[in-house]
Design a protein around this ligand. Structure first.
Ligand SMILES: Cc1ncc(COP(=O)(O)O)c(C=O)c1O
Length: 389
């Protein structure tokens, strides 16, 4: 038994929820992670898109250290220098029309906040939430109620009432679903877990118009797509549509748990004290997020994501193989749909020293650090050539 196997066994013995991948991670540096046995992996999954600024990003590490030495916690009703600075940095990086924000800890929590803000701020009896088929929004009750795949909902039924699904990229389906009882339409500008499906421009415009016509809020879940991943700071910037709110998490914290909903003031008209949370905007995660946001903007990571993503897509498209059905995505959010199951190709990639993700059963998904360079892209394309044989 190697040291790595021992670690896996120790966790498996008590783990309630997660299965364990065959490589434990004991170290990280930029686009690489390392296992207990000293093997290096190019991290093309970035732990589900969290490590946008790269592992052990020095700027983030320094911010965490400095804050932790000063004080590690002050509840969000006490203003702190780092939180004020993060709020300003996030406001600078988001659409001008959005002028309020709420910090929380995980992606699902800010989707919950969106649902509560929307229901709490709409007039009269508007309680409906319209989400998209194939969409994913997290694992707490509001979020699973807006999540399409039955495996996330049915074991825990009954879910929250008044949630409906429209087909993605189908304007007619959206028109049939949104009405005066709708409080909010919740959409991913590019569906991630569902298989990397970018929205069509007319679909998002129709969602905007329908929300305006029926007095509903349009919320974009940018938890996976945001923070520069798709080649713009926010994926919806590829489209000419401004939402009433966007939710962000994952890359926001440079690896620490933090999330935000950024929204219009109108959407926050809920009774004082009716929403909150003990750890909302906790100083250490906030300091990490401030560093991650500033690094993303100053280093222009969205531009690098666009450039590296284009190289990756064109490299994969040029592979001489009949195993690929489709290659799609934006920037460094890339899906390679394959014939058969994606999992076996991921095992092959891991043997070549590359970690990827699946999206559904037949899509290899790449969400690497946005600091990815040409040599890494070429390494991935070569390895894919090997595993497709
Ligand atoms: C689009 C989207 N929304 C929400 C979530 C949930 O985020 P978290 O796991 O931080 O609660 C995810 C996580 O994968 C996601 O991809």
């Amino acid at each position: 038994m190697t040291d790595g196997d021992d670690l896996i066994e120790r966790e498996k013995r008590y783990e309630a929820v997660f299965s364990k991948k065959p490589m434990p991670i004991v170290d990280g540096d930029g686009v690489y992670v390392y296992d207990e046995d000293g093997n290096e992996y190019l991290d093309m999954g970035a732990s589900y898109g969290v490590m946008g600024v790269g592992h052990a990003n020095p700027r983030v590490v320094e911010a965490i250290e400095e804050q932790a030495r000063s004080f590690t916690y002050a509840q969000a009703s006490y203003a702190t220098p780092e939180r004020a600075a993060l709020m300003e940095a996030l406001m600078d990086a988001t659409p001008d029309a959005l002028d309020r924000l709420f910090l929380s800890n995980a992606g699902t929590e800010v989707n919950e906040a969106a649902i509560k803000f929307a229901r709490g701020s709409t007039d009269g009896d508007s309680t409906g939430v319209v989400a998209a088929k194939r969409g994913f929004h997290g694992r707490t009750f509001g979020s699973i109620s807006a999540t399409w795949k039955s495996k996330y909902r049915e074991p825990f039924a009954p879910t929250v009432p008044d949630f409906e699904f429209a087909s993605y990229n189908d304007v007619e389906s959206l028109k049939e679903t949104v009405d005066d009882g709708t409080a909010m339409v919740l959409l991913e500008p590019i569906q991630g877990e569902g298989g990397i499906y970018p929205a069509e421009a007319d679909y998002l415009s129709a969602a905007r118009d329908l929300c305006d016509d029926h007095g509903a809020y349009l919320v974009f879940d940018e938890i996976q797509t945001g923070m520069g991943r798709t080649g713009e700071m926010w994926a919806h910037e590829h489209y000419d549509v401004t939402p009433d709110a966007l939710t962000t998490a994952k890359s926001l914290g440079g690896g620490l748990p933090i999330s935000a909903i950024v929204c219009t003031e109108e959407m926050t008209e809920i009774p004082k004290g009716s929403h909150g949370g003990t750890y909302c905007g906790n100083p250490v995660a906030v300091a990490a997020a401030r560093a991650a946001v500033e690094y993303t903007v100053e280093e222009n990571l969205p531009a690098n994501a666009a450039r590296a993503g284009e190289r990756l897509v064109s490299g994969v498209e040029a592979l001489d193989t009949d195993r690929i059905v489709d290659v799609r995505g934006e920037g460094l959010m890339v899906g390679v749909q394959v014939r058969g199951r994606a999992g076996r190709y991921l095992s092959g990639l891991a043997r070549e020293g590359i970690l990827g993700l699946t999206a559904g059963t037949n899509v290899i998904r790449f969400l690497p650090p946005l600091t990815l360079e040409d040599e890494h892209v070429d390494e991935v394309v070569d390895a894919l050539g090997e595993v497709f044989g």
